[in-house]
Design a protein around this ligand. Structure first.
Ligand SMILES: Cc1cc2nc3c(=O)[nH]c(=O)nc-3n(C[C@H](O)[C@H](O)[C@H](O)COP(=O)(O)OP(=O)(O)OC[C@H]3O[C@@H](n4cnc5c(N)ncnc54)[C@H](O)[C@@H]3O)c2cc1C
Length: 299
């Protein structure tokens, strides 16, 4: 068996697992040839799902063409950002809709074409920043991202989370088959991309593991107060500070902060199906499974 990873056949086999629409657009971008796009445009559908509308023959043909180009050294390797109009046009083909100018930078970030994935000061860091403390509620995906940007900008912050670990949704939902239901790619931050997801729709443990790695890598643990619930928050006009009442196992305490960022998510706790009040319950007598807060179990 040929195990050379650059063997055309094995590249082709691996490409067959990729999103055909994405491959097609990459090929069109690289060759500058729109003929294939014209031929297969009707099969590009929802950009958030695998392109299941392509026939098996089309999938194989596109994978083969990309593999041939790759092995033949034909890839131009030029950044598409050097042709803004073409970037917009192909983005619209991918999204299957009009794309606003302001969305294009987001797309570039997602594609790893922009270096400045971090928020930063426009000029010097203002000295009064030292007086600031930001209180973040929630150590889920959004709280973690907020904290990382603040840390890089040198702004003090504390995260409060009622759970004993980071991850939010991905910490507490552990039911069998729990997985993301949009591309795994969207679950890695633009500033800390993960390109080796094991699956198109990654399972919960993998997302949680990624989030834990990010928390450790950016040194966030020391800023997080786990097992601490924010019970109330009130803005004090006099001091121009938020007065936040928190409670942990040791009791309650008041915390003050200049800015409050609520990153407490939506219901992340698993909901168990409730039997109907009247009439026969379908499947009565059989054990019921908790399927998470309304999300599908698995793809
Ligand atoms: C099974 C499942 C699959 C999902 N799949 C997708 C998907 O494919 N794509 C997608 O976009 N979204 C998906 N979601 C939605 C998911 O909620 C988001 O992906 C994301 O995790 C939300 O992150 P978050 O940080 O905003 O909120 P959460 O992950 O909910 O984190 C909020 C955190 O705030 C904490 N918190 C809340 N209130 C308080 C308080 N008063 N005091 C202290 N701490 C508090 C919670 O403990 C929690 O840790 C899915 C959700 C589930 C359950």
């Amino acid at each position: 068996m040929n195990t050379n990873p650059l063997d055309r056949g094995s590249i082709e086999q691996n490409l067959l697992q990729a999103d055909t629409a994405a491959l097609l657009l990459a090929l069109v971008e690289d060759t500058g040839d729109d003929v294939l796009l014209e031929e297969y445009r009707p099969y590009i559908s929802n950009p958030l799902t695998l392109s299941e509308d392509f026939s098996e023959e089309a999938r194989q043909r596109i994978a083969r063409l990309v593999a041939e180009r790759f092995v033949g050294g034909g890839l131009r390797g030029e950044s598409i950002t050097s042709a803004p109009d073409r970037f917009r046009r192909l983005s619209e083909e991918a999204a299957q809709r009009h794309v606003e100018e302001r969305e294009l930078d987001l797309f570039r970030k997602e594609m790893g074409l922009l270096e400045d994935a971090f928020v930063d000061w426009a000029g010097e860091r203002p000295a009064q920043t030292d007086q600031y403390r930001v209180i973040i509620v929630g150590a889920g995906l959004s709280g973690i991202a907020t904290a990382i940007h603040l840390k890089r900008m040198g702004i003090n912050f504390t995260i409060f989370d009622r759970y004993d670990g980071a991850g939010g949704t991905w910490l507490v939902n552990t039911y069998p088959g729990c997985a993301v239901d949009i591309l795994s790619h969207y679950f890695s931050y633009s500033f800390r991309r993960k390109n080796d997801w094991t699956s198109y729709y990654s399972p919960q443990p993998e997302v949680l593991q990624y989030l834990r790695e990010v928390v450790a890598e950016f040194g966030l643990e020391e800023h997080i107060r786990f097992g601490t619930t924010v019970k109330s928050a009130k803005f004090d006009e006099g001091t121009q500070r938020w007065m936040v009442h928190v409670e942990d196992r040791g009791g309650g305490a008041a915390r003050r902060g200049r800015v409050l960022r609520v990153r407490s998510g939506r219901p992340e706790r698993p909901q168990h199906p409730r039997p109907a009040r009247h009439g026969p319950v379908p499947g009565a007598g059989r054990p019921l499974g908790g399927l998470g807060p309304g999300y599908r179990c698995h793809r």
